[in-house]
Design a protein around this ligand. Sequence first.
Ligand SMILES: Cc1cc2nc3c(=O)[nH]c(=O)nc-3n(C[C@H](O)[C@H](O)[C@H](O)COP(=O)(O)OP(=O)(O)OC[C@H]3O[C@@H](n4cnc5c(N)ncnc54)[C@H](O)[C@@H]3O)c2cc1C
Length: 672
Amino acid sequence: MSEVNAVIYLVRHDMRVKDNPILDRLASSKDHGFTHLLPLHIIPPTQVEVSGFLKDGTRSPYPEARSEVGRFWRCGPHRARFIAQSIWNLKDNLTKLGNDLNIRIGKSDELLKDLVNGLKEQEIRVAAVWTIAEEGYEEEREEKNLKEACSDLGIELEMWVDEKYFIDDRDLKLATPQDLPDVFTSYRKMNEPLRERPRPTRPRPSEGSLPKPIEASRIPAQPDPFEIPTSLEALEAAFLRPIERDVPVVARVDEIKSAHPFRGGEDNALNRLKYLINSGSASSYKSSRNGLLGVDYSTKLSAYLAQGCISARQIHEELLHFENGDDDGYVETDGYGKGENEGTQAIRFELLWRDYMRLCTRKFRAKLFHRSGFRNEHSQKWKTARTDNKAAEEQSQSTGDVAAIVRRVLEGTTGQSLIDASQRELIHTGYTSNRARQNVGSFLAKHLNIDWRYGAEWYEFMLVDYDVNSNWSNWQYVAGVGNDPRGDARIFNPVKQAFDYDKDGEYARCWVPEIRKVEKLENLFQPWTTPKEDWERFGLNGLAMAEDPVKKINFSVEGKPKSSRRPYIRKRGQGRSEMNNSSTPKLTSREDTSEEKPPTAQGLQAARNSTANSRGGPRGGTWGMGGGGRGRGHGGPRRGFHGGRGGFQQSYTQVHGAIPPHPWSQPHIGPA
Ligand SMILES: Cc1cc2nc3c(=O)[nH]c(=O)nc-3n(C[C@H](O)[C@H](O)[C@H](O)COP(=O)(O)OP(=O)(O)OC[C@H]3O[C@@H](n4cnc5c(N)ncnc54)[C@H](O)[C@@H]3O)c2cc1C
């Protein structure tokens, strides 16, 4: 009988060694009885495309990791890179602690069986698997399979509380998930003062304090047909290989002004946190958080939180050090030792939002992915591009027309410049601000009445900080089917929002270079409103955004600038009211009479030409939105349609720096 008594620590979205409950437990006492530790991270083929890890000449046993409604890749290049960097940083940090991180690809229950049985042959007894419990339909299914696997293997599975949230699960003032209030404000009030709610963080394990590593040569290798890269560069390349060619190549921007230039990993997360406090950005957060351009208007901690490179209570605790004046490192920073300020309080408030979104998943489970949302809102008629959807029979537009509009929204050629800028920024950088996200969501769902899940899935593909709870709950919220008490009554006017938050048009000009020359803001924000005589001068001829916007919003500008905060008095409609903005100026009314209409064939041609004109030859492939699916129980039939029906052949130009100019890989997406 071997003397080895090992525990496998299955790392999920908890990619950190500091404030890590499992590592802390293993390091801080020996009474667990484990002699050896095998940290393991499994890349899930349902959520991340893994064909880039195949050995030469082999085929993947898994279907492509595509989304259900739009058939987009589930994890795009920005997040894939960030995940690779986070994995590698954790590997480095575990190595510094005398251990290592083993990376595998496949279904966790199958891999576990393979690993445990293989180790047994080496006389290494695995006694238990420890891992954190996560929210989400797929995550729960994985846990169920893990339980079965461990029971078959006769080993213990211990699910740990995921401690990366602001308020610890064991301190929730909720007897059951169903007790979660449907309004965030009620939940916040239950928890105030927020500063007193988080638990203290756990220390980083000291070197040599963890159970011993298992000799690498005795650990069964990754099963065929995959192989695990041995460097960060190779890991990133393997993630990116299959997906990068499917990123739309949009108009080149000369200087990439990424608001999110950050690399993944725990070390970078902690550095960023310290920088935010040191630089004063944390203290000014409340007034800057609605920014659109720049790195420091908001914390940019979301991607780190999503991967568990940092926990919310680490953020809270570092803020406490500054507020309480007990960390000399911050002594030079304004506000040091002066208690909670507006900015630090607002950060805690947002972190609670994040907790709340996750608790919504716990309460509503698979409804998170249902078009009818938490509210079971079935009266809304959503437009779809899927031919296999009953809604398609009832909608006024053809599925092909809807597909074309969806595509223009995703790629940022709608003619609403705030939306277009945000979508281009997202494609280039993987990030766009909360303000912009709200507008994009509202535009797709409430102005265009298009199935909001196209947007949610696109964000899942594109966002560097995608998080299942935050993304889908927020999309429900802006689409009016989730936990916004104002539901359908709240609608963002993207022109007004542009005036409020993009005061000089810098954001629009930065990300939508085709319209940079347009002089007046009201024309810049909707190029179609530019007087015809100026079109040639501003380069608008042939541009779909000007010639055939997917939505026209009548919006007039009156008078002179009143102040730098509110440059114009603007007129606005009496329709559904815009309630999102506390700084809403006094507006005289005028209906948002926008006529929603499909782009004409001419308009689509113009969309193609406009990007091709400015930047060289076509690179397109056809692209579709619909088709087969699997996964999360969104429900609905699985059959797909030929994307773009008749082929919406888009021509693109090269993105500077960020994304290589690959054509779309598929002649169509989804089964015939
Ligand atoms: C349609 C839509 C989709 C979104 N998808 C995601 C997503 O996939 N992942 C994600 O982390 N956030 C998502 N958000 C929330 C929010 O936009 C981002 O968390 C924020 O923009 C990230 O930037 P930051 O870290 O600088 O945020 P900050 O403004 O600095 O906020 C600090 C932290 O608070 C949390 N937070 C802030 N706002 C929210 C919110 N509305 N909901 C939940 N948590 C919040 C985040 O963890 C964030 O890092 C989405 C919002 C919308 C409207």
